[in-house]
Design a protein around this ligand. Structure first.
Ligand SMILES: [Zn+2]
Length: 172
């Protein structure tokens, strides 16, 4: 694997329209300390998230992996159509739920359900029309969850998605 710890460049840009971003053209992680949302982010989480986008861009390209796309669809359908599961996830995301403060899980559910299950993060509905962007967000949050040892990685309903994610990362 590429030596990400030696070759990742992080640059400040006070014009950046978001607090953190990975710029594919420049191959750099950017941050804007003057952005109004900057203080809301856990910077460790944000940097792992953007680094995950970089890994995806440089060597995985999750959006062109057919098995990953099928697993995304199956997981999304299951979340939206299985009433018991949906209620459980909504409870875990709520103020007194297990994942109340877990931004990676909120973002993952937002991307999987295209905002149909309400989370703390919000994207315009239009945002999810772009399948590549959706795949990249799902990949980045699975990667962040795995690196940070989050419990949601082993949640049953993510089973197949996580299995394919691991094959993409470790090759088995
Ligand atoms: Zn992202």
């Amino acid at each position: 694997m590429y030596n990400y710890h030696e070759n990742t460049y992080i640059t400040q840009d006070i014009e950046l329209p978001t607090a953190f971003a990975y710029n594919r053209k420049l191959d750099m992680i950017m941050y804007n300390p003057k952005h109004p949302q900057y203080e809301c982010y856990d910077s460790k989480y944000a940097l792992i998230h953007e680094l995950s986008h970089r890994i995806d861009q440089k060597e995985i390209q999750s959006w062109s992996n057919k098995e990953f796309q099928v697993a995304i669809q199956q997981t999304a359908d299951n979340l939206l159509n299985n009433k018991t599961l949906r209620a459980q996830i909504e409870k875990e995301l709520s103020d007194d739920g297990k994942y109340s403060d877990n931004i990676a899980f909120h973002d993952l559910i937002d991307a999987l359900t295209k905002g149909k299950i309400k989370t703390r993060v919000s994207h315009e509905t239009d945002y999810w029309r772009n399948d590549s962007a959706r795949s990249a967000e799902i990949f980045a949050e699975l990667s962040t969850g795995k690196i940070q040892g989050e419990d949601f990685i082993d949640e049953g309903f993510l089973n197949n998605l996580v299995k394919i994610f691991k094959v993409m990362i470790y090759g088995k």
